[in-house]
Each structure stands twice: as C-alpha cells, then as structure tokens.
Ligand binder design. Structure first.
Ligand SMILES: Nc1ncnc2c1ncn2[C@@H]1O[C@H](COP(=O)(O)OP(=O)(O)OP(=O)(O)O)[C@@H](O)[C@H]1O
Length: 311
C-alpha cells in the first residue's frame, strides 16, 4: 500500500502541487490524469523523491520514504519516462540487468529474470538480448524500458507518459501488454497521462488533477457517474472511444448471472444504451430480458466498464 499524504510542492510563490492525498492499493494501477502543467509529473517525482516535497509525506507499506536511503528507494521504486532512458551503449540484457546487478543478484538469477521478462514481452531472448537500443523499434524500446524498470520486482512502478512517443496502433498494443503484465506480476503502478482514454483503459483508479489540486480520485465508473466538478465532466467527455466501443457491443456480451431490480433491458440492445439507462435511473445493475421477455440475467455498470476495457 502506498499512501500519499498532503503532498505539496512550491517553487517560490507558485504552488504546483497543492495538498494532494490518496492511497494506492497493492497490485493496482492508479492513473494520474489532467491538463498540461497541472502538476502530474511533479507529483510523481515526489513519490520517488526526485523532487523534494515542500511538505507532506509518502509511506510505502507504512514506512516514510524520508527514512529510506535514496539508493534503496530507487531500487524499490521503478521509474519509466517517455524517452525510455535506455543506456545506448548497453545491450537489451545489460539494460534490464541494471538494478539486479546493483543489488548483487547472482548471474543465474539475473539471466533467468531477463529471459522471463523478454518472454513476457514476446521478445525472443535469443534474438533481442544482445541487441542495442538503436537496433530496436520505438515500441520495442518502450517494452525494454518497462522490463528494465520491473527487473528487480519493485514495490511500485512510476510511469510518466510512458506511451507518449508511440503511434496510436502501437500505443494501444503497448497499453494492452502493460495490463497483461501488470495482472500477471501483480505490480503496483502509478501512471501519468494527459490522455483520458488511456486513463479509462488502464486505471483501476483515476486521480484527476487541475491547477495543482487533486479534484477527484476514484474508480473510472465513479468519474462517469459522479464527476466531482464540471472540469471532470468535460475531461470525461473527451474520452469518446469507450462509448463508441460500447455502442457496437450488445448487452448479451456483458451478461452476468443473478437478479437485479428495475425495468429489464433487451439482451439485443447495445451496451451504450444499457449504460445510459443505468446512469439515467441511478442503478448499479438492471435485469436483462431475451426476445421472449424472459429475464436471463443482469447487466451492471462495473460489468460494462470491464467489457469496455477488455474490448
Ligand atoms: N523546477 C521547477 N521550477 C519551477 N517551476 C516548475 C519546476 N518544475 C515544474 N514547474 C512548474 O510546475 C507546474 C507543473 O509542472 P508538471 O510538469 O508537474 O506538470 P504536468 O501536469 O506534468 O504537465 P505536462 O503534462 O505538460 O508534463 C508547471 O507550471 C511547471 O512550469
């Protein structure tokens, strides 16, 4: 569990992060989203102390990061930035081995870990381990950057616009790969983006920042159904891709067993219509009826969002 408590950063008279608090559960992804200059990167860098907070604190499993020596902190918290920051004169394997080496892992353990991570990312170790960064595509460099950050099983992975430099198709694939790997390794991630679609796709929870303040923190469904401010509503409104996806999918695609109260929705209707109905009537779930009018299960807001994410 990572606890961010009243973190504040001031440069002179300007407050760039203002009294921000939230908690990150182990094994989840929290996405920090907001407009340019909102203070997202500064917040992230205060978590690993690349930026020293003016006030407030960060606890990792109850331990104040100020009491952890800086080197240890860098090993316990992985960090991925947009340019991937790979060492150009080191091979893929050497790049991934960076932190395990510093930690004094033996050769076999390092070699096994490199192989495991390259396998996870579907980069054939025989082909890729000895390549240099300039021999890789942007998408491959990005994956190696994440593999390197994950190498020593950090307690937390910080990612600052990790997919910012990728074109849309590769970006979508990189997001899916990250989700799959995160679920598999149960990694805890805090990721910064200005892309609301990315936030909805990846976030178990979303932290919305505007002008140095955290204005909402909650699961994606909550941002949709209970936006804290007009700003969140506008921001959510820009994420039309999930809605387009939902208007292509049928209610029966997200059918769940069990009963629900209210007027049934048709199994053949779209998930977009079902979501609108759910939001309109303020329910978490509704019954689903087939063509003959018999109730065959239920559909829920969380089920629809889960479908939207996996689509
Ligand atoms: N070292 C610094 N000295 C003075 N001001 C700074 C410093 N670092 C950041 N700032 C200011 O703090 C504000 C927040 O910057 P930050 O990079 O955290 O925002 P951001 O939300 O990540 O923006 P972007 O999405 O554009 O990267 C900006 O106005 C920036 O100019």
């Amino acid at each position: 569990m990572i606890e961010i408590e009243r973190l504040t950063k001031r440069y002179g008279d300007t407050t760039v992060v203002d009294d921000v608090s939230f908690g990150v559960e182990e094994g989840t992804i929290t996405v920090v989203v907001g407009t340019s200059g909102a203070g997202k990167s500064t917040l992230l860098r205060m978590i690993n102390r690349l930026v020293e907070p003016t006030s407030g604190r960060v606890l990792i499993d109850g331990q104040d990061t100020r009491s952890i020596p800086e080197d240890d902190l860098r090993h316990r918290i992985g960090y991925v930035i947009q340019g991937y920051g790979l060492f150009p004169h080191r091979t893929v394997a050497q790049n991934i081995a960076t932190v395990p080496r510093l930690l004094g892992w033996d050769r076999k353990r390092i070699a096994d870990r490199i192989e495991e991570l390259l396998d996870l990312y579907q980069l054939d170790p025989a082909e890729f381990a000895t390549k240099f960064p300039h021999e890789l595509s942007g998408g491959q460099q990005q994956r190696v950057g994440v593999a390197r950050a994950l190498a020593a099983r950090p307690e937390l992975l910080l990612m600052d616009e990790p997919f910012g430099a990728l074109d849309p198709v590769i970006r979508a694939k990189a997001q899916d790969d990250l989700l799959a790997i995160q679920r598999r390794l149960r990694a805890t991630i805090v990721l910064v983006t200005h892309d609301m679609e990315e936030a909805f796709h990846l976030g178990d929870r979303i932290a919305v920042m505007d002008q140095a303040r955290l204005i909402q923190y909650g699961p994606p469904a909550e941002l949709l159904t209970r936006p804290a401010e007009a700003f969140v509503e506008r921001l959510v409104g820009t994420a039309d891709r999930p809605f387009r996806l939902l208007s292509l999918a049928k209610v029966e695609d997200a059918l769940e067993p069990g009963l629900a109260e209210g007027e049934p929705v048709a199994a053949s209707g779209t998930l977009y219509e079902a979501l609108s109905r759910l939001m309109w009537c303020g329910r978490q779930d509704l019954p689903v009826a087939d063509g003959t009018g018999s109730v065959i299960g239920r559909v829920s807001i969380t089920g629809i969002l889960a479908y939207g994410r996996s689509a």
